[in-house]
Design a binder for this molecule. Structure first.
Ligand SMILES: N[C@@H](CCC(=O)N[C@@H](CS)C(=O)NCC(=O)O)C(=O)O
Length: 218
């Protein structure tokens, strides 16, 4: 039996990246919701910590073996399931795709994550309004960085006309525009990628609103 279990949270952008990759590869998986707010944050439980010592989502468990960090998970999925490759063979193209993934993964998302935002309040008394302002600042920084990078590489998707791992990261990051009600007009390349991917079922079905733990689920 080949089993995949994804511990994740509907609104988590790092989880969203992995859901897109799983869907693109047509891998069926069990959805295990980890609520990041309720019960003091279910990610902090000792039981979950045994699966993922970072106490964050997502965690993929493949045949009983856990993997954390969305970059590691998506690269692993690409190695174990060859259907719909997410990284090309050419080393330079692979490096560029990883560059796009890391702009999101290490350059932007950590700055808006729950934990550092909570710490801004705890240590410096930041209000909700100030934290919102902070988040929007870094989201815009990330969008501008991606726009300036991808304008030289994008076709319909982030890299040409083929879907790659970069699209999993870019689309998940673009969800921030929906959450914070930001226009994509200033970022025409990102807007085009968003329009392309939003028409594809694998991306649509991974959207936070359609997950079992979303209050908006229709
Ligand atoms: N680099 C990690 C980021 C994981 C991460 O920050 N996950 C967030 C949700 S998007 C989380 O679990 N936050 C919980 C917390 O801060 O307590 C990955 O790509 O998996």
């Amino acid at each position: 039996m080949n089993t995949f279990v994804l511990y994740n949270y509907f609104r988590s952008s790092a989880s969203y990246r992995v859901r897109i990759a799983l869907n693109l590869k047509q891998i069926r998986y069990d959805y295990k919701a980890i609520h990041l707010i309720n019960n003091g944050g279910e990610q902090h439980s000792a039981e979950y910590g045994r699966l993922n010592p970072s106490h964050d989502v997502p965690t993929l468990v493949h045949n009983g073996k856990p993997i954390g960090q969305s970059v590691a998970i998506i690269e692993y999925l690409d190695e174990v399931e060859t259907y719909q490759p997410l990284f090309p063979k050419d080393p330079y193209k692979r490096a560029l795709i990883r560059q796009a993934c890391e702009i999101v993964n290490s350059g932007v998302q950590p700055l808006g994550n729950l934990r550092p935002l909570a710490e801004l309040s705890k240590r410096f008394g930041a209000t909700d309004e100030q934290k919102r302002d902070w988040s929007i600042h870094w989201i815009d920084y990330g969008f501008r960085t991606l726009e300036n990078f991808l304008v030289n590489h994008a076709g319909k998707f982030s890299f040409g006309d083929e879907v790659t791992a970069a699209d999993c990261f870019v689309m998940a990051q673009l969800y921030a525009a929906e959450r914070f009600n930001l226009s994509l007009e200033p970022y025409p390349t990102l807007k085009r990628i968003h329009e392309t991917c939003s028409k594809i079922e694998a991306f649509r079905n991974a959207h936070p609103d359609y997950q079992p733990d979303s209050p908006k689920k229709t």
